[in-house]
Design a binder for this molecule. Structure first.
Ligand SMILES: C=C(O[C@@H]1C=C(C(=O)O)C=C[C@H]1O)C(=O)O
Length: 172
């Protein structure tokens, strides 16, 4: 999968906190929580999680908003064991604030994907595609990335889609 735009490549492959990177590019940053709770996992999520344990998961979907514009849609799969511990009471605090301030969380390589804007809808909690995906200057496809964090035997999946208004698509 080749990414010709170096700006997009840097955003997709940056291994630091996306929250912190976005905050550096805007005045006001906020996490808009679309939903968090028990929701069905996609088959390709289930395949990426340890089988056989009677683990219970929650799905968290948020929009990361910069100066009131949604720049990233994020869907995370979180084990309830961590939601009762290291990830308790997340609310609208960025998940990254917990993950990147605890060295015990180990991150996998990224998986990348391309999504036609017309095909992009939020996951479990809302069925409206982001308004800015219909922007006239929207990129021909949206790009997303997914990685897995683990802390001992607990695994988290974090998927992030860069929306049309994000700086990831600005020309190099
Ligand atoms: C993992 C991070 O946390 C961000 C915040 C999220 C949330 O609050 O649900 C989800 C994914 C990330 O975009 C990060 O900042 O890199």
């Amino acid at each position: 999968m080749t990414i010709s735009n170096p700006t997009l490549r840097r955003w997709l492959l940056d291994t630091g906190s996306l929250t912190e990177r976005l905050q550096q590019h805007c005045g006001e940053f906020a996490v808009h929580k679309i939903g968090q709770g028990n929701a069905p996992l996609y088959a390709n999520e289930q395949r990426w999680l340890p089988a056989g344990v009677n683990q219970r998961w929650q799905v968290r979907e948020v929009l990361l908003c910069a100066d009131h514009t949604p720049w990233v849609f994020a869907r995370s799969v979180l084990p309830e064991t961590l939601l009762q511990g290291e990830l308790a009471n997340l609310g609208t605090q960025p998940l990254g604030k917990r993950l990147f301030n605890d060295a015990r969380f180990v991150r996998s390589e990224f998986e990348l994907c391309q999504i036609p804007p017309a095909a992009f809808h939020f996951g479990a909690y809302a069925n409206a595609s982001p308004a800015n995906a219909r922007q006239t200057n929207a990129p021909p496809t949206l790009w997303g990335r997914r990685s897995r964090f683990h802390l001992n035997d607990d695994y988290i999946i974090v998927a992030e889609v860069f929306l049309a208004g994000s700086p990831a698509y600005q020309d190099a």
